[in-house]
Ligand binder design. Structure first.
Ligand SMILES: [Zn+2]
Length: 327
């Protein structure tokens, strides 16, 4: 079961939409497809969306990050804090992400440091010490102590980064910022690819497509592709004011539809929509032509030739494989 826990694009905020994230659950009818619960990215408010589908932080089996942008990470502090508060007895939560990535511009993107310092605000405020004084079972180092970091070096070849029983998660390098990775979950009932904010290795036109060649390879034969997207209304030739590099480092909606068709996917779940449905502005940028509707996204995907099912992402949109039989 694939659930979008948040569909907001970037640091912009609009109408209660949660930050980017996808929950993948696997199981059978006896556990409502919930024997395994894997969270991919955790933007703003992820914990609230999870609570709406009955999932609390103590139940997550693993957390995966595509990259170190706050719209994909800032909701993790809430998740880690609550897990530490109520579940310090264990088990630890696996956090899977790229090794430190040194940008060519000289700084380092570090998931490891994000995880090590996830509780620092609450340590510095004195809360962690105060709560430990109330319950000595709580781990002494705060929220980071309840996390088990698992890093990998993303490459252009698919590699397995986490497994549990007959579920396998693999990763591949993709372009957005340094250290960006895309994931694929393979289960006996189907496969889902989480592209994140991937784009093509060629940073701007002229290029064959804005989508990632590596993600396309990863997505071959997958049932579901969940991917961030930019609507053509925001393109540099349309006067949105969005800097071209910001537009070009995401996958354009038409290119995603074409990629999903080539990969043979049954479902394309558009998420991290720029701009958000109904928004007059996307952060500081105009939405030329006025707020976008679901139909505006759907039209672009249909014109791309994708013949599968398109879901224009809203928070908590869910796909179940196999589809539930009518009773
Ligand atoms: Zn993003």
């Amino acid at each position: 079961m694939v659930t979008l826990t948040g569909t907001q694009s970037g640091p912009a905020i609009h109408n209660g939409i949660a930050g980017a994230g996808t929950l993948v659950r696997y199981g059978d009818d006896s556990n409502e497809c919930g024997a395994l619960k894997l969270q991919f990215d955790a933007g703003r408010g992820t914990i609230l969306r999870l609570s709406q589908v009955g999932v609390v932080p103590g139940q997550l089996n693993a957390m995966f990050f595509t990259h170190m942008h706050s719209d994909h990470t800032e909701g993790f502090a809430e998740i880690a804090q609550l897990r530490w508060n109520f579940n310090s007895a264990g088990p630890k939560l696996d956090v899977v992400c790229s090794e430190d990535a040194i940008s060519t511009l000289g700084f380092t993107l570090s998931c490891r440091k994000l995880v090590m310092h996830i509780g620092d605000l609450f340590i510095q405020s004195g809360e962690i010490a105060q709560r430990i004084s109330e319950d000595k079972q709580r781990l002494p180092g705060g929220p980071a102590d309840i996390l088990n970091i698992v890093t990998f070096q993303p490459t252009n070849e698919q590699q397995i980064v986490w497994t549990s029983g007959d579920v396998r998660v693999s990763a591949i390098r993709s372009t957005h910022i340094a250290g960006h990775a895309s994931y694929r979950v393979d289960t006996p009932v189907g496969s889902v690819v989480i592209g994140g904010d991937a784009s093509n290795d060629t940073p701007e036109p002229p290029r064959l497509t804005s989508t990632s060649d590596q993600v396309e390879k990863l997505a071959k034969g997958a049932d579901v592709i969940v991917h961030s997207t930019m609507h053509p209304a925001m393109a540099p030739d349309k006067d949105s004011g969005m800097p071209p590099p910001v537009y070009y480092r995401q996958a354009a909606t038409a290119d995603l539809g074409a990629m999903a068709q080539r990969a043979g996917a049954r479902y394309l779940m558009l998420t991290h929509l720029a701009s958000s449905l109904g928004a007059q502005r996307h952060g500081p940028y105009k939405v030329p032509g006025g707020p976008l509707t679901e139909a505006d996204y759907r039209k672009v995907v249909e014109a791309s030739g994708f013949t599968g099912i398109t879901i224009v992402g809203t928070d908590l949109a869910t796909i179940r494989l196999p589809a539930k039989q009518a009773q």
